[in-house]
Ligand binder design. Sequence first.
Ligand SMILES: C[S@@+](CC[C@H](N)C(=O)[O-])C[C@H]1O[C@@H](n2cnc3c(N)ncnc32)[C@H](O)[C@@H]1O
Length: 405
Amino acid sequence: MRVFCHWSHPVSVKATTRKKTVAALVIYLYAGGMTTETDFDIFLVAAPGTEIALRNEANELGFKAAKISPGGVTIRGTWGEVWRANLQLRGAARVLARIGEIRAFHLAQLDKRARKFPWRDFLRADVPVKVEVVTNKKSKIYHAGAAIQRFEKAITEELGAPISAEADVRIKVRIDDNLCIISVDTSGEGLHKRGHKPAVGKAPMRENLAAMFLRQCGYDGSEPVVDPMCGSGTFVIEAAEIAMGMIPGRSRSFAFEQLANFDDATWQKVRSEGQGAETELRFFGSDRNAGVVDAATTNAERAGVDGCTNFTHHAVSDLTRPDGPPGLVIVNPPYGGRIGNKKLLFALYGALGKTLSARFSGWRVGIVTSEPGLAKATDLPFLPTGAPVAHGGIKIRLYQTARLP
Ligand SMILES: C[S@@+](CC[C@H](N)C(=O)[O-])C[C@H]1O[C@@H](n2cnc3c(N)ncnc32)[C@H](O)[C@@H]1O
């Protein structure tokens, strides 16, 4: 058995988020007299297709040894870095802390070794837990259900923690070649839930995806953004938050707050520092559906970006270019597979392309859609397209232009 990250308070982690707001956002986690701990693997789960963008974000935020693996990015760090990853990364879907490994060739061996695992270093006896196992035929233990039962029994009987299907704290085990790799999901609810967006439209873009598409468009918070089919306002709100240097996880809670090594006093201090600064830039959303425009306005207020965002009710053909410097138009129009009739959509994409070509000279455009034919119907001069990204059971892609002539 190997255990990677024993009980200890987070130590001297210093992180800067955005250059512009360094003073406001510098975060210190301090040891409070506890001993130092060594780095371990932290896996940042990404929506497939966004791994490179997430690796780049992790590097920019100063995380160590960011390496792409299938479905995510592995970084090295202490528990302080686990907290920081949850709090600061816009592109991660969740953050898994790799806490140890158990070699097991049969269930009796797993049972014995799982009981010896130092669960109390990570889990609390009074907090419900759930275990999830992924295994395959390459391992002698290939029945996930039987392995889950052994792990859950070990945790309840050795530590006393209750097992619950609804538990916020989840132990995730991957059995590969007879090695059980044990992680704790430190996020709880997916990190796309920023905690300040109760109102969503028909087909909302996940916040972590929106952030990674903005990043792929080269968006760094220094230019205005327009979304002419804004729905619940995801792109506009993410862009405004980036410009204001707001920390994405500032309004929500995380599963790590219920782990044995959590220190609330330090965490409250850390979290209170991510409130952002003012920006001169403006961010615009519009939609032909009045209900979603109201929802986007409410969402922006709750996110604290209402001072620099503006949502209006009109169709894309009535879109006008905002005063001021050029920036980025980013939009995910309806796709045939999800809402609306594909044939009618060709006309809609055509109207979008026409409006942007006629009125947005000097602006860059990013269109996220599932259909190459629909993207083509805009007749915009797209650069080579990026990797497909899995979203709600379909594959979507970003089609982007250079500055329009
Ligand atoms: C896929 S949703 C966008 C979701 C949005 N990105 C979000 O995160 O909530 C597409 C949006 O396009 C809007 N829409 C469809 N046709 C439109 C048109 N002609 N003009 C403006 N908006 C339109 C719909 O009302 C819908 O809100």
